[in-house]
Ligand binder design. Structure first.
Ligand SMILES: [Zn+2]
Length: 306
């Protein structure tokens, strides 16, 4: 999504296009049914002695990291955008989340990469209580003030935190990505992060949203990365803030990741590339090493080999 907007006038083609889009959202889109997820994860059956992950939709991933339950950028309602009494203005999901909030295990940690509406959904964040810890980007804590979340840590780039949870300790490193953090037009002071999670010598990378950048190479210093969760959609025309599927693989490789989980595609229409194009390009780019693809569809589960 672009941050620079022209001064809005009805003469501007951009504004007319936006009004048409809003009209579509209110009429045709509100009648469109949301397709069910491809599969349904069963997190209550997952072993706390393993690393198990499931793609819930968009950038929302459920991780059981040796018993610590982590949820990335939770977005679990039919629409994202600005919440008004009784309805939400903004894009409607194409595919339902693989799990509803009540079907999730008790979440120890919520990871928030940045404050954009498709990652930082207040309606979903209102579902959690004070027993869930939050790791978020700089200057985003204020957005959570009306939620019940109280243990909130903002991490700056290259800052680390050892988080104590009921299930044990989790080491978290925030790292730089190439994106931007403004939720509206003027709040450009907000930060945007990728995260590296470490526990029992195993590492998971959650990239958030990023354009191609060389900052992933420095993550190798921490040791090998087992799984990289990479956003692969919304690059057309937003290539300055979202990478292509090939670039996502390039960055995961630079970090030294073994498995790659492609996310941030198929869930919301945020860009012009065809819906299946990101995953098709991603699979084509890894056709010589398909075993590195953690999963392909919303609702699929991936268990890290031990
Ligand atoms: Zn996004």
């Amino acid at each position: 999504m672009e941050n620079r907007l022209e001064r809005p006038t009805l003469q501007s083609s951009r504004v007319r296009r936006w009004l048409w889009h809003l009209w579509r959202e209110w009429t045709i889109e509100s009648l469109r049914p949301i397709a069910p997820a491809f599969a349904k994860p069963e997190p209550l059956k997952w072993s706390d002695a393993k690393i198990t992950t499931a793609w819930i939709g968009h950038a929302t991933v459920l991780i059981n990291f040796f018993g610590i339950k982590i949820l990335t950028d939770p977005v679990l309602f039919p629409r994202i955008g600005i919440r008004l009494p009784g309805f939400t203005i903004g894009p409607k999901r194409l595919i339902a989340p693989a799990l509803e909030f009540r079907e999730l295990p008790k979440i120890d940690v919520v990871l928030l990469s940045h404050a954009h509406f498709d990652h930082f959904d207040l309606r979903t964040l209102h579902c959690f209580d004070e027993n869930t810890s939050v790791i978020t980007a700089p200057e985003t804590r204020d957005l959570l003030r009306w939620t019940r979340l109280r243990d909130i840590t903002e991490l700056r780039w290259r800052e680390r935190k050892s988080l104590k949870t009921a299930a044990g300790d989790l080491n978290i490193l925030a790292f730089p990505v190439k994106h931007w953090g403004a939720r509206k037009q003027r709040d450009m002071h907000r930060g945007y992060n990728g995260y590296l999670l470490e526990r029992n010598g195993r590492r998971i990378l959650f990239a958030g949203d990023t354009a191609l950048t060389n900052s992933f190479a420095e993550l190798r210093q921490d040791g090998s990365i087992d799984l990289a969760i990479m956003s692969i959609g919304a690059y057309n025309p937003w290539i300055r803030s979202h990478c292509t599927p090939e670039q996502a693989i390039e960055m995961a490789n630079a970090a030294g990741a073994q498995f790659i989980m492609p996310v941030h595609h198929q869930t919301f229409r945020l860009s012009f590339e065809p819906l299946r194009e990101p995953i098709e390009r991603f699979q084509a780019a890894l056709q010589d090493a398909p075993e590195r693809i953690a999963l392909r569809e919303i609702g699929e589960t991936f268990v890290l080999p031990q």
